[in-house]
Design a binder for this molecule. Structure first.
Ligand code: SF4
Ligand code: MG
Length: 320
């Protein structure tokens, strides 16, 4: 690459660089950087509306040093399928060199688990098109000011679910289990995984595996969000580790229908100790209103997940 005067060249393996406006300590931004590292230059990234669109590409700036395109909020699935189909067609006509191009469509939880669910589900049924749909989950509509989404955890304070005496408003439904749903309901999808940027090597390995295994694949990423969750940006890494160590966020993959746990989650699945959920909850302002009863309710739900479910929250042991 030719050196441009006045521009410091980035190390060759960095394709998500400076120039974004995400909050300090934003783990979703770290996820983008790890994706870019994992996929390299022969790649196209499709970003649906959300923090990682708006904060990343305002006013003609962008941190992406590889091709990136914006798509609508609920369109990660459609964009992934359309792009891979377009490449296939161009290659068949000889207009593009016939070689693998990584297609990664990115969405947030609002865009993926809520609005774009049907398009993602449809894309995961077309086995002949290779792409990865990557959902970074900051557990709210963070870009528009922290409103509750389908993946907001039980009891969390959001703008749409403030705590207090109005218990009919408090968020009292359980988090939607996207990875489990995608794995259990799409026989044409060969690979589904969960990741967290606090475990960077695990995440990079899974992204590469998803893209080499073939067909449409899906990764669900827990992305701690200092602004929405109410913790110091200096704790972002630790919060991700605690999510895994308490068992709230299991790191696993489902490959050809077979479940495998990784890292600390593997230890837990084999009978290892989990930290109490209190250690994760107490560090975040969104749970500051919890009384002991609320903490033990969350603990019970996490215990149940590890005791009863083969794919966490979706396929019970007895049916496997
Ligand atoms: Fe990142 Fe949360 Fe800020 Fe969005 S609101 S840029 S997810 S820290
Ligand atoms: Mg979100």
């Amino acid at each position: 690459m030719e050196q441009i005067k006045g521009i410091k060249m980035a190390p060759i393996n960095e394709y998500y660089m400076s120039g974004h406006r995400t909050c300090q300590g934003c783990e979703a931004a770290l996820a983008m950087r790890l994706i870019a590292k994992a996929i390299g230059p022969r790649s196209v990234v499709l970003g649906s509306t959300g923090c990682m669109y708006v904060a990343n590409t305002s006013y003609y700036t962008t941190p992406w040093a590889i091709p990136w395109m914006h798509t609508q909020l609920g369109s990660a699935g459609s964009a992934a399928l359309g792009t891979t189909a377009g490449f296939k067609s161009l290659m068949r006509k000889g207009k593009l060199k016939d070689e693998p191009i990584n297609v990664v469509a990115i969405c947030g939880d609002g865009g993926g688990a809520d609005m774009g669910l049907s398009a993602i589900s449809a894309t995961l049924t077309y086995a002949q098109y290779n792409s990865l749909i990557f959902m970074y989950d900051n557990e709210s509509y963070a870009n528009t000011g922290i409103q509750a989404s389908g993946t907001t955890p039980w009891g969390a304070n959001t703008r749409f679910s403030p705590p207090g005496t109005c218990h009919h408003i408090m968020q009292t439904r359980l988090k939607k289990n996207m990875a489990g749903m995608m794995a259990a309901g799409h026989p044409e999808c060969k690979y589904v995984a969960t990741v967290c940027p606090s475990f960077a090597v695990d995440m990079i390995n899974k992204i590469r595996k998803a893209l080499t295994i073939g067909g449409p694949t899906f990764i669900h990423c827990l992305a701690p969000c200092p602004k929405g969750w109410g913790f110091s940006p200096s704790l972002s890494h630790e919060i991700g580790i605690l999510a895994v160590e308490t068992g709230i966020w299991p790191l696993y993959e489902v490959e050809h229908g077979k479940v495998q746990f990784y890292g600390k989650s593997k230890g837990i699945a084999e009978g290892g100790r989990r930290k109490p959920v209190q250690e994760y909850l107490e560090k975040q302002d969104r749970f500051a209103h919890f009384i002991a009863e609320d903490v033990s309710f969350v603990q019970t739900k996490v215990d149940e997940m590890w005791q009863k479910w083969l794919i966490p929250g979706v396929i019970p042991f007895k049916e496997a």
